[in-house]
Design a protein around this ligand. Structure first.
Ligand SMILES: Cc1cc2nc3c(=O)[nH]c(=O)nc-3n(C[C@H](O)[C@H](O)[C@H](O)COP(=O)(O)OP(=O)(O)OC[C@H]3O[C@@H](n4cnc5c(N)ncnc54)[C@H](O)[C@@H]3O)c2cc1C
Length: 445
């Protein structure tokens, strides 16, 4: 058998670590490059691999949720990061949430204990000048040097959007006289969410202050370039008095206010950040407000009157490539070849426009399977129609003149034209996805 080339993976985030572990498990020697801690990013706070930059949740687990289905698919396909997430799991009702430190430690343990992976703590400055087949997994905060090099070689102008991260609160500073434990609709055995209710007057003051407060760098183009799936709370407040009450502050399934005997007016939910429950993430509370304003406004919430924030929200620019033009269905760069000096190149993670942690893991796994199959058998793999990863990749690579990053969702799954109206669509699509991936796995063994 001819000698296999070494593989270059750029970025030891979620997608790069999954891709490296997959390739190593298939017998490839991998050079994994990570620029932190030498070059920081505006959102990462540690030098850990696979750092979760905002929420500590991989979202829903149930097979009636899009992310639950995708995670199930990842498990069936042998995802290493999903195994690490199980090791670091913290109670969080129906979702897969992790202790982020423990999660990174587990991923690092898998990487460092694998003799086929060599880690290089250095920034990659260019895609060119290197023969090794490459997976670009440099994420939404890809270094400027690499992004400039990449976009100029791809003949494109830089694409980006803005999104924001949510604050984290020290548990000891939460006023438990004004907070209560409860999972929405009492799902799960133990309550995992700490709820901070607001009455109507407090909610209205809260919304007014959010609208009036100063945001960081309020540039005129920013609101056009915000990611709709992760809007800052002040932007939601601006869209209408009740937008937050129907969004992250919805009070449904959380019981009644004993003072009024009616449903709470609005509730902020906190989810444990770590297994000791010493830190809590404000669920859905990403914001780009100035830090002084954040502290002042959040202190209106009775339970957070004296809250100590170990991290405040912030806003970041996310880089992505125009995948429908540049990538084929295997996430491989169409235009690579000796004429432009690039090695065979695949892309994975959020830089492809696959928004979200689970999606980053999924595209990392998929790019690795494709690279391996191409080198060994001369062609990429094709996942079955109806499966979640196939649907996500189809979205990323189908012609789309107004392409924007997107989370995986049920709307991406194909449905037969003759699907009866009364069918439970989620149940149908979920069964279709599971059957498709299980039979693909059975046939590819
Ligand atoms: C601020 C912010 C908040 C987010 N919040 C959430 C959230 O709450 N939930 C969610 O599901 N998704 C969230 N996302 C989206 C996305 O899921 C994450 O960014 C995810 O980490 C993407 O995984 P990735 O592997 O593509 O990139 P990353 O995990 O960011 O990994 C990329 C790695 O590449 C390294 N790197 C970059 N350039 C170079 C270079 N030139 N050479 C070497 N190394 C390099 C980086 O240091 C980094 O470690 C958020 C994104 C951002 C930016």
């Amino acid at each position: 058998m001819s000698k296999q080339p070494r593989i270059r993976v750029i970025g030891a985030g979620l997608s790069g670590c999954e891709a490296s572990l997959q390739l190593a498990s298939m017998g490839f020697e991998v050079d994994l490059y990570e620029m932190r801690p030498n070059i920081p990013t505006p959102a990462h706070r540690t030098s850990n691999m696979a750092e979760l930059v905002c929420s500590n949740s991989f979202k829903g687990l149930g097979l009636n949720s899009a992310h639950g289905l995708m995670k199930n698919e990842l498990r069936l396909l042998g995802s290493f990061l999903m195994q690490a997430a199980e090791v670091a799991r913290v109670p969080a009702g129906e979702s897969l949430s992790v202790d982020r430190e423990q999660f990174s430690k587990e991923v690092e343990r898998l990487i460092h204990s694998n003799p086929k992976i060599t880690v290089h703590l250095q920034e990659v400055l260019s895609l060119a000048g290197d023969d090794r087949p490459t997976i670009v997994a440099a994420g939404p905060l890809c270094s400027s040097a690499l992004a400039d090099d990449m976009f100029s070689r791809l003949g494109q102008s830089r694409m980006h959007f803005f999104d924001a991260i949510a604050p984290v609160v020290d548990a000891e500073s939460i006023d438990m006289n004004h907070a209560f434990w409860k999972n929405r609709w009492d799902k799960g055995t133990d309550p995992d969410f700490l709820n901070c209710p607001l009455n109507r007057a407090t909610y209205e003051e809260f919304v007014r202050k959010l609208i009036e407060a100063d945001a960081v760098e309020p540039k005129p183009f920013e609101s056009r370039e915000l990611f709709e799936g992760c809007l800052p709370v002040e932007e939601m407040a601006r869209r209408g008095q009740d937008t937050l009450r129907f969004g992250p502050m919805r009070p449904v399934g959380l019981g009644e206010d004993p003072d009024t005997g009616r449903k709470w007016w609005a509730v902020i939910q906190l989810r444990a950040e770590n297994s000791q429950r010493t830190l809590f993430n404000m669920v859905g509370f990403q914001t780009r407000l100035k830090w002084g304003s954040q502290k002042e406004i959040f202190s209106i919430v009775p339970a957070l009157r004296n809250a100590n924030f170990v991290r405040l929200g912030a806003m970041h620019r996310n880089t992505f490539i125009e995948s429908p033009k540049l990538l084929d269905v295997h996430l491989r760069l169409k235009q690579n070849g000796s004429e432009n000096g690039l090695p065979p190149t695949w892309f994975a993670g959020q830089i492809t426009g696959a928004e979200g942690y689970t999606e980053a893991v999924a595209t990392g796994l998929y790019a690795a399977l494709n690279l391996a199959n191409t080198l060994r058998r001369g062609a990429g793999i094709e996942l079955p129609q109806g499966s979640c990863i196939r649907a996500l990749v189809d979205h990323l690579t189908a012609p789309n003149p107004s392409f924007q990053p997107m989370n995986f969702n049920f709307g991406l799954l194909p449905r037969p034209a003759d699907l009866p109206r009364k069918t439970d669509r989620k149940e149908f699509l979920g069964e279709q996805a599971q059957t498709a991936i299980r039979s693909w796995i059975a046939n590819s063994r």
